[in-house]
Design a protein around this ligand. Structure first.
Ligand SMILES: [Zn+2]
Length: 239
């Protein structure tokens, strides 16, 4: 009776791994699939390539493939987690990260705000992500300008904005032609949903996906963008 039990276990594990919410985007080069893992952690698949962004071992990586490309936005534990990196990194994995993160992980390619990098069929542009006012104490911010990177990832003409841990900066508001945007909204580290909606209205992506939102009321974000023409796509990032 060993084999039926094993196969049941296997099926249970496979079903468990498949519970992550996904979105399929259509691009000129073919589908781009986003899998929400947890908080700011997600996986992209396109052109037979696997990209993991900010993997965090609090997410369930059972059954998910290792990374061809690994992208980190910042140094905090929910974005830079050595345990998750060890799990997903192969010898051939290309690791992209801000300079501050490169002090903690070896062998990566550093991108500064404003840098552009071609990675096979993908183009990656590093953009600023920072707090305008919120910080741990007077005169300090959680994310100073220049330390972390937001990213604009382009594939088959499709422009995906990965905002990182940020408030609604002028640079965000000036973005143009964004197809989908991952937007953080949690206090005290980033911004509340009403501020996030204000910033999103300013650059008007086709689709806005809240992420990194633990504890926030997403209905505020949804209501603020109702009728704006921006489609709000809610995924359960804390499943
Ligand atoms: Zn964070």
């Amino acid at each position: 009776m060993l084999y039926p039990r094993l196969s049941l276990l296997f099926l249970a594990a496979a079903a468990w791994a498949q519970t992550h919410p996904t979105v399929d985007f259509t691009t000129k080069a073919g589908p781009l699939k986003l899998t929400a893992v947890r908080h700011a952690s997600f996986m992209l698949e396109a052109a037979g390539q696997v990209i993991h962004v900010d993997p965090w071992s609090q997410g369930n990586y059972t059954g998910l493939p290792q990374a061809d490309i690994l992208i980190l936005t910042d140094t905090h534990g929910d974005h830079l987690d050595p345990k998750a990196l060890a799990l997903l990194r192969k010898p051939s994995t290309q690791l992209i990260l801000p300079e501050a993160a490169a002090k903690q992980v070896e062998g990566g390619k550093v991108m500064h705000n404003g840098d552009t990098l071609k990675l096979g069929p993908f183009t990656l542009e590093a953009l600023p992500m920072y707090n305008l006012k919120r910080g741990p104490s007077e005169g300090q911010v959680f994310h100073p300008k220049g330390r972390g990177n937001a990213y604009l990832l382009t594939y088959g003409g499709f422009r995906l904005y990965i905002a990182g841990d940020t408030e609604g900066t002028p640079e965000m508001r000036e973005l143009q032609n964004i197809d989908a945007a991952l937007i953080p909204m949690n206090l005290p580290y980033t911004m509340p949903p009403d501020e996030a909606a204000e910033a999103v209205k300013a650059f008007h992506p086709k689709v806005a996906i809240p992420y990194h939102y633990r504890g926030a009321d997403l209905s505020v974000f949804q209501k603020a963008l109702a009728g704006s023409g921006v489609e709000v796509k809610l995924l359960d990032w804390y499943h």
